[in-house]
Design a protein around this ligand. Structure first.
Ligand code: ATP
Ligand code: BTN
Length: 243
């Protein structure tokens, strides 16, 4: 696929921008913005998106198999982001199930995938990625420890180079995911797992379950070991926290 790329100045959300016009978009159609006034995280949370300080990118992809083939997509995207960062000289990145990218124990980047369509028929996915490049010191409160690429590489990595590398890696990875599913990404994801064999708690709505993180199964479900054994957890309404 050749990626069509739109570069915008200030907009609400790059995900929303593509969602509003999914009909007729080709796979790998990408938009980037300098700033977002309504950057979104999961569950309606906010993604802090100051001007020219990060990469705000969304890519459109339509999947022939519908929702049912998308399990684990955010994990494959996480691996693609790590590959792109490694190629730009940034090392020591880890992944937190299901959608976060960490460095030195702090959040560097996040993935927000939004899907429209039906089970069994074609569905439209918007893959949104925010990567902190050099956030201003007077940034508004983020609510959890964060890090940016300026703290990880000297001199700070060029945003255009990162954007180009990321678009190439994403396009490759989404093509592979479309053809082979999550399989080709599993072993790499496991080597990047921030909580491998660590005590964690799973937050499922109001409920919290404590145990030992045992990584992911072949479908990308989170594996938690408790005294009852190892259980697989699917689905987007779950968060993992360290104990
Ligand atoms: P989980 O994905 O496990 O539920 P999370 O707290 O990381 O946990 P997300 O919805 O993935 O939640 O991400 C949104 C959260 O990310 C925000 O609530 C905020 O704490 C944090 N956040 C917002 N903007 C940034 C940013 N630019 N860099 C790092 N972290 C940010
Ligand atoms: C998360 O950690 O919850 C995901 C954050 C995703 C942020 C990116 S920035 C580009 C795209 N547009 C959005 O509004 N969100 C994603």
């Amino acid at each position: 696929h050749t990626a069509e790329i739109e570069v915008l100045n200030v907009i609400g959300s790059t995900n929303q921008y593509l969602k509003d016009q999914t009909i007729g978009l080709n796979n790998a159609h990408t938009c980037l913005a300098e700033a977002q006034t309504a950057g979104k995280g999961r569950h309606g949370r906010k993604w802090v998106s100051p001007y020219a300080a990060s990469l705000y990118l969304s890519m459109h992809w339509s999947f022939a198999g519908g929702y049912s083939v998308l399990g684990g997509l955010s994990l494959a995207v996480g691996v693609a982001i790590v590959d792109a960062l490694n190629q730009c000289g940034v090392k020591g990145i880890q992944l937190k199930w299901p959608n976060d990218i960490y460095a030195q124990g702090k959040k560097l980047a996040g993935v927000l995938i939004e899907v429209e369509g039906q089970i069994g028929s074609e569905c439209q996915a918007i893959i949104g990625i925010g990567i902190n490049v050099a956030l201003p010191t007077n940034i508004e409160e983020i609510g959890q420890p964060w890090i940016d690429l300026s703290q990880l590489s000297e001199p700070v990595i060029d945003r255009n180079l990162l954007a180009g590398t990321l678009i190439r890696e994403l396009t490759k990875s989404l093509t592979l995911f479309e053809n082979c599913g999550l399989d080709p990404f599993i072993s790499k994801w496991r080597t990047l797992d921030i909580y491998a064999n660590q005590p964690v708690k799973l937050l499922i709505g109001e409920k919290a379950i404590s145990g030992i993180s045992r990584g992911i199964d072949g479908n990308g479900a989170f594996l938690l070991e408790t005294e009852l054994g190892v259980k697989a957890y699917h689905g987007g309404e779950i968060s993992v926290r360290p104990i």
